[in-house]
Design a protein around this ligand. Structure first.
Ligand code: PLP
Length: 359
């Protein structure tokens, strides 16, 4: 029987494996530490904005997201012409790649890094070129610069890197961008920027200024706690921002998502107190893990990385039984989100016991 053709490029795309929710367990509390979500519920002021907007659901959202764009432009000191919002920063990345890549092109990124990258790249027909992480599970930017070819259209720099945690310093990033041809786009994926405390790590927006090829991705999903609403954006040179907007779905970002994002920017002080508490928990978790003998890379994000190799799945099962669902990458390691204090306590307890049992 004849079948409708599907583009061959799709055959090479891995499927996205979302972090699982924990199974309910009799007698113990369970926590989801598998998707780097914010454990805090939405702020009352954000819920209020959502409720107000809900009364107008018969209307399409503001297609140009003009109020949201103005709020972001204000906050970051960039013109609205240099913004492109979509349903999560992953969607922004899809749109950017769709606007710039085709069959035969190359997109370069570190590996292991964000698992959405191979999927987003594969969907365009371009080939993904993966450059292994270097020392300390950090980006090897020298190796990445050397891997650039005539066919490279885009380089993705995930900082802090999901799932390993370290961030690229401003000096490293500037030097890297300086080494690349002007017609190669550098995407600086800063999904976890608000959790960074290393003073040597800068803002991608400082590197984007004055350049035609640097695109910064930000999201409301993590620090702002709006993962369920799907809104992220690019800060990009006008020409690239325009290209991203051109291929975006009309009315993609819902009116509720726009309103919640605007309310969140207005409530940054309150939200960033929560981020500060999570950063405190991250320090406590990193210290605790190291005290019990784990070799953990630095994390500037809201998760930690345990390089467990072949033990990864066993460790994840042990965590699950104790009430925490982590994100295993079989054969490589487990990523554990920083969650509620009690959840982090469970991780420290399980991880210490694991070390003792596997000494
Ligand atoms: C979570 C995450 C995002 C954000 O995704 P959204 O689509 O905005 O929810 C982007 N990049 C990385 C590396 C992430 O981990």
């Amino acid at each position: 029987m004849r079948q409708p053709p599907i583009r061959p490029a799709l055959g090479t795309i891995p499927t996205y494996k979302p972090g699982k929710p924990p199974a309910p367990r009799a007698g113990i509390a369970t926590y989801k530490l598998s998707s780097n979500e914010n454990p805090y519920p939405p702020l009352p002021s954000v819920l209020l904005a959502v409720e107000d907007t809900a009364a107008q659901l018969n209307r399409y959202p503001d297609m140009g997201a003009s109020v949201l764009y103005e709020a972001i432009a204000d906050r970051f000191g960039v013109p609205t012409s240099d913004l492109a919002a979509a349903t999560g920063s992953v969607a922004v990345l899809y749109h950017l790649l769709q606007a710039t890549c085709a069959d035969g092109d190359e997109v370069l990124y570190a590996w292991r890094s964000f698992e959405a990258y191979p999927i987003a790249v594969g969907a365009t027909g371009a080939s993904g070129v993966q450059v292994p992480l270097g020392e300390g599970a950090r980006h090897d930017l020298d190796a990445m610069a050397e891997a650039v070819t005539e066919r490279t259209r885009v380089v993705l720099v995930c900082t802090p890197n999901n799932p390993t945690g370290p961030a690229v310093t401003e000096k490293e990033l500037r030097r890297f961008v300086g080494r690349l041809p002007d017609d190669v786009i550098v995407v600086v994926d800063e999904a976890y920027r608000e959790f960074v405390r290393d003073p040597d790590v800068g803002d991608g927006t400082d590197v984007y200024r004055g350049r035609g090829n640097v695109v910064v991705l930000r999201t409301f999903s993590k620090a702002y706690g709006l993962a369920g609403l799907r809104v992220g954006f690019a800060i990009a040179p006008t020409r690239l921002a325009e290209a991203i907007r051109k291929v975006s779905l009309p009315f993609g970002v819902s009116s509720i998502a726009q309103a919640a994002a605007i309310a969140s920017l207005q409530a940054e002080d309150e939200l960033f107190e929560r981020v500060e508490a999570l950063v405190g928990e991250r320090t406590r978790v990193l210290d605790g893990l190291r005290e019990s003998g784990w070799d953990v890379p630095d994390s500037q994000a809201n998760f930690v990385w345990l390089a467990l190799g072949d033990d990864t799945v066993d460790f994840a099962v042990t965590c699950d039984e104790a009430g925490i669902m982590v994100r295993p990458f079989p054969g490589d390691g487990a990523r554990v989100s920083i969650g509620e204090t009690e959840a982090n306590d469970v991780l420290l307890r399980v991880a210490a016991q694991w070390r003792a049992d596997h000494a």
